[in-house]
Ligand binder design. Structure first.
Ligand code: NAP
Length: 336
């Protein structure tokens, strides 16, 4: 599919910045959506070679209706990455759920009757995972699987932030598919539901606060100290952020993959124990800084990768070792 100018939301976030760089490397023009002028300026300054391909569009909050009406002008593709992924929240509905849903609505409404040919949305494995399933039962998730959580359960004050976040992604993705089936716009939709995303940030962070939620957990393993237990690992699916960015680009430009939902995961499972062992082995000076413990791979819980393999046959997934080493090197946790 011929796509030459792409609107990327969440461009100053962990995944979004990799998506922006992958597009720029392919010579595709990017209009990056940001809410922080400071972050946008830093990103632009770090990419002097792409001045002619990269510009920024500023929004205040995803929850504001109509924010993308002008942003979509002249673009022919959209990669909608932005969504609140923050577990330090108090009002789940206001801070997580409503912005996630409204963001999808605004981007899709704005794209009707424009040149936009496809919207790729970063959903989440949180929209796939069923936490009511007994953990010991064998189960295979696929792109047909949906998180059964209700709006009331996700927004309840006694829900965990993780439940509220998974709910926000479920409702936002459902909103996107509903829009397509009801409005039948000129563009089609691809949704990607990755599990834990790890890897280096495109521009090194200067503080732990700048790490996104999934890398914060990995950073705890790298630097938590031997007395710290490993973070819990409910399932063993993950993907390297650079592989996920490439999948976003292929999802946008490959005609035949349109109209479908995918669950991209690396073929190799991960545990935080593996991360701890990799760091100890590759960086001996960190041996007394890593958290330690024992974690089993739950081989009875699987993701059916056939649809991904069929539609994205050229993706070469990085190993967990490569991801952990690059994360540890590039993010220099000693300096954080
Ligand atoms: P991130 O670094 O926190 O990025 C989120 C992006 O969305 C940021 O650019 C942020 O803007 C923007 N954003 C968040 N809330 C917003 C709001 N209310 N209004 C406007 N913009 C808002 O997290 P990430 O890990 O890159 O996540 C990106 C996407 O991947 C999300 O859709 C997430 O659900 C999905 N995902 C992530 C993982 C993972 O493990 N990381 C796994 C599955 C799916 P600022 O830059 O201004 O903060």
């Amino acid at each position: 599919m011929d796509i030459s100018h792409v609107l990327v939301t969440g461009a100053t976030g962990f995944v979004g910045a990799h998506v922006v760089d992958s597009l720029l490397r392919k010579g595709i023009k990017v209009r990056a959506v940001a809410r922080s002028k400071k972050k946008a300026d830093l990103m632009k300054a770090a990419r002097p070679q792409y001045t002619s391909l990269l510009d920024f569009y500023f929004i205040d909050d995803l929850n504001t209706p109509g924010i993308f009406d002008d942003a979509v002008k002249d673009v022919d593709g959209i990669i909608h990455v932005a969504s609140p992924l923050n577990y330090s929240v108090h009002d789940y509905e206001k801070e997580l759920i409503l912005p996630a849903i409204q963001g999808v609505r605004s981007i899709m409404e704005a794209s009707v009757d424009t040149k936009v040919k496809r919207v790729v949305m970063t959903s989440s494995f949180g929209a796939v995972l069923d936490m009511t399933k007994e953990e010991s039962l064998p189960w295979t998730y696929s792109s047909e699987s949906w998180n059964p959580i209700s709006y009331g359960e996700a927004s309840a004050p006694n829900a965990t932030p993780q439940e509220a976040y998974r709910g926000s992604k479920t409702f936002a993705e459902k909103e996107a598919w509903k829009f397509i089936s009801e409005k039948k716009p000129q563009f089609d939709l691809v949704t990607l539901c990755p599990s834990m995303v790890f890897g280096p940030l495109v521009d090194s962070p200067s503080s732990v606060q700048e790490l996104n939620e999934s890398n914060k957990v990995l950073w705890r393993v790298v630097s938590g100290g031997q007395s710290q237990p490993l973070p819990p690992c409910r399932f063993n699916f993950w993907i390297d952020v650079r592989d996920l960015a490439e999948i976003h680009i292929q999802a946008l430009v490959t005609q035949s993959v349109g109209g479908k939902r995918y669950v991209p995961v690396a073929p190799e499972p991960f545990t935080y124990q593996m991360a701890s062992e990799i760091v100890s082995e590759v960086f001996p000076s960190r041996r007394d800084k890593v958290s330690s413990g024992v974690q089993e791979v739950k081989t009875h819980i699987k993701v059916d990768q056939s649809l991904m393999n069929e539609n994205f046959p050229t993706i070469k997934y990085r190993t967990f070792r490569e991801t952990v080493v690059d994360f540890t090197l590039d993010n220099s946790p000693d300096n954080l």
